[in-house]
Design a protein around this ligand. Structure first.
Ligand code: PMP
Length: 395
């Protein structure tokens, strides 16, 4: 029996960009010692106090079907958090709790686009973006950006692709590049969304991880709240990747439609997980800073190391838990470099090409291992790149 055309063409070229990651995992399983700087997950686990709150909730009987849109208290906590951080009036009816940011991304596109519609997303992008859109038979079109502009989209990148498109997906702070869009970039994007009548889907799952400047949500710009869906998640802000809890914030009529969709897909998020999330949010911003602190520290460690190695140039890492570096001085593609680094130095990183052609010749390095080990792995990577660059025939 044949699977549907929809599901078959999710990964167009048969590649989803995770080959180096999977090869590294295979080598680990076979007993090799590999340093993994591939995946966006904290090196700490969910705080025991959050687990205790989940446990207490489950033991108290909160194990039945939960309200599909989410617990009132959690929706309220998310609404006030968003209002506090962005100044935009937001209440319970603007919020739906989802099974993580990924389910929110899927639902946001299902709710805004019809099969065949053009849905735009910006390069370099989180690896699931194109397949999330293609799984819904959307015409997924990526907007190129340029390393020399810090991977922030410009009007000249976006406007030629926008006519007739239904939605635009952006992500700031950005995975994989660590870019944080300026207010001007957000204003340019908002103006184009209004001019060409697009939905803006703003993936803000790294909103608590900004190392330079402030997080800004485009929903706060004039006339944008009615055409913006925010994607949020507890995964990164609270080290709760495995709990699968996130949200969509948007116009009330849209949230009602999204609740219909959730009723027929996830049927909501387990109640005891939501109670844990509610407790986690009650810990406030000092807890969020504590969760982000290791990345802030490692970013500084990385910048100090990279200064000494001109063969490896960093894209200014303004946010998120990643470092994107340009290794084109080695004469290798990101993929070639990542494969050789794995085989010859036993270090796994993600090739830039996994995140779109704009990031070719780059690597994404996750800052997700303990400081000393991270510093030593990055130094080894830089020395390897320097050696390759020196071996290049010149002239
Ligand atoms: N958006 C971005 C940009 C991400 O990096 C991730 C996870 N790495 C997600 C969404 C999805 O995260 P989750 O489903 O765990 O909330």
């Amino acid at each position: 029996m044949k699977p549907s055309q929809r599901i078959s063409q999710m990964n167009l070229d048969g590649s989803d960009g995770w080959e180096v990651f999977l090869r590294a995992r295979g080598l680990c399983d076979a007993g090799h010692k590999i340093i993994e700087l591939t995946i966006g997950e904290h090196d700490i686990r969910t705080d025991p106090s959050i687990l205790k709150a989940m446990h207490a909730s489950a033991i108290a009987g909160n194990t039945g079907y939960a309200m599909v849109p989410g617990l009132q208290e959690l929706r309220k906590a998310v609404a006030s958090r968003i209002m506090q951080r962005t100044g935009v009036p937001t209440d319970i009816e603007n919020v739906m709790i989802t099974t993580g940011g990924q389910a929110a991304l899927y639902a946001a596109h299902a709710a805004t686009c019809d099969p065949g519609d053009t849905a735009l997303y910006v390069e370099p992008y989180y690896a699931t973006y194109p397949s999330t859109l293609r799984a819904q038979n959307l015409n997924a079109v990526s907007v190129p950006t340029h390393a020399k502009h810090g991977f922030e989209p410009r009007k000249t990148d976006l406007e030629p692709l926008i006519l007739g498109a239904r939605s635009l997906l952006i992500n700031s702070p950005n995975n994989p590049s660590g870019t944080v869009y300026s207010r001007q970039t957000h204003e340019m994007i908002a103006d184009l969304c209004k001019k060409y009548d697009l939905w803006l889907i703003s993936d803000e799952v790294y909103d608590t991880q900004v190392w330079d400047g402030m997080h800004f949500s485009p929903r706060a710009l004039p006339e944008m709240a009615k055409r913006t869906l925010i994607i949020g998640s507890m995964s990164k802000s609270h080290a709760m990747t495995g709990s699968r809890v996130g949200w969509i914030v948007g116009p009330k009529d849209m949230i009602l439609k999204l609740i219909d969709l959730a009723t027929n897909t996830t049927y909501g998020v387990p109640g005891f997980i939501q109670e844990g999330a509610l407790f986690a949010l009650s810990l406030g911003s000092s807890f969020e800073e504590k969760i982000g602190a290791p990345f802030r520290r490692r970013r500084q460690i990385a910048l100090n190391i990279l200064k000494k190695f001109p063969a490896v140039r960093a894209i200014d890492p303004k946010g998120a838990m990643y470092l994107m570096v340009d290794i084109s001085a080695t004469g290798l593609t990101g993929e070639e470099f990542a494969n050789r680094l794995l085989d010859e130095r036993q270090i796994a990183v993600m090739p830039g090409e996994s995140f779109g052609a704009s990031a070719a010749g780059h690597l994404r390095i996750a800052m997700t291992i303990e400081d000393d080990q991270f510093a030593s792995a990055l130094k080894t990577l830089c020395e390897f790149a320097t050696q390759l660059a020196l071996e290049l025939p010149h002239g």
